[in-house]
Ligand binder design. Sequence first.
Ligand code: SF4
Length: 404
Amino acid sequence: MNTSDLLRKAAAGERLSPEEGLQLYTQADPEALMAIAHELRLQRTTPGVVTYLVDRNINYTNACVTDCQFCSFYRVPGHPEVYVLDKRQIGEKIEELLAWGGTRILMQGGHHPDLRLSWYEDLLRWLKATYPEIELDCFSPSEIEHIARLEGMSMEEVLVRLQRAGLDGLPGGGAEILDDEVRKRISPKKIRTAAWLHAMRIAQRLGMVTSATMVIGFGETMAQRVKSLTRLRELQDESLAAHGNGFTAFIMWTAQLSHTNSLGRSRHRHKYGAGYNEYLHTNAFARIYLDNVTHFQASWPTQGLETARRALYAGADDFGSTMLEENVVSQAAAYTQQEPRMTVYRLHEQIRLAGFTPAQRDSRYRIVRSFDRVMTPTELAPRPIPTRLNGPTASQFVPVSLVG
Ligand code: SF4
């Protein structure tokens, strides 16, 4: 099939084979792909509306034994900057989020060598009891594999225990490129492709909220990106057919390289990274190729506001979240170093500037609040809530001993 025929096939919403996808991705005009991706987004989600989430990332520890070459966030055990947050610190962050009308936390951390499953269970139980209205989307397949290895358990056993303790969702972090040639090169100690997919397969079977992600700019080929997307698409088909619960969204960003991580300092630095045109091109292609995923997020923390607004015309229907806090990508060259947090008002402003109406959603993309008029900064300002940290549970705030 020639490229014009493939463009017609894509515009009709028909599924592309991996070979057809690669041809379209490498040979079609990126502007044409963006136009088709936008049209598909209008057909598959509510036209005129761009959703967002009010949440925050809480990075409970930066101790990690996995040494990914693109990571600026982690500290090796024993480093003086290693930390583990205690319940009070986490609770204070959640109370700030509640003041902003937030509905979810995304809690992730490094692969801590000493935190056992019981520590995670205890934390989740306390969070659910203290803040029942907050959705707990926590950890990632690589953290689950790490805990399973520490405990000598299967990933399924770990996920079942964590779900019983209060876990609502497993975010799709750590996918990077789902191809082991790339993974062995940039993160040789991290979870491999098959295990990442298997963790997600289990989480979806258990009914959890999950997301699919991809990070580009690790010197991978375009064929490897298509392979990564194909694996996500296959799992999505399998999970939707088996129990109707698959990835709620696809989120893509570019590797954040700087002098603070090994890839950024590498003498081969010129081989890594990806610009905003490549981001938009790839996002548009992914919207076309992942025909079984409904929602696509624009990533303002890594791409900046202008590119994120343009992504709303390249397949994205969601502006991500306020991210009252983010510590992982922000350690490198991400946009969040300039604007570390986004207020709800500023997020509305960006969505309206792009020509859409904002709507607040939860992690399952159910609308929490619609806005039929432009809101003032005062109307969208935080409203402090009484603290829940002084009750009988206060005695539980035992700090975790730092990694020695
Ligand atoms: S990306 Fe995650 S697993 Fe890799 S070094 Fe950083 S904190 Fe550790």
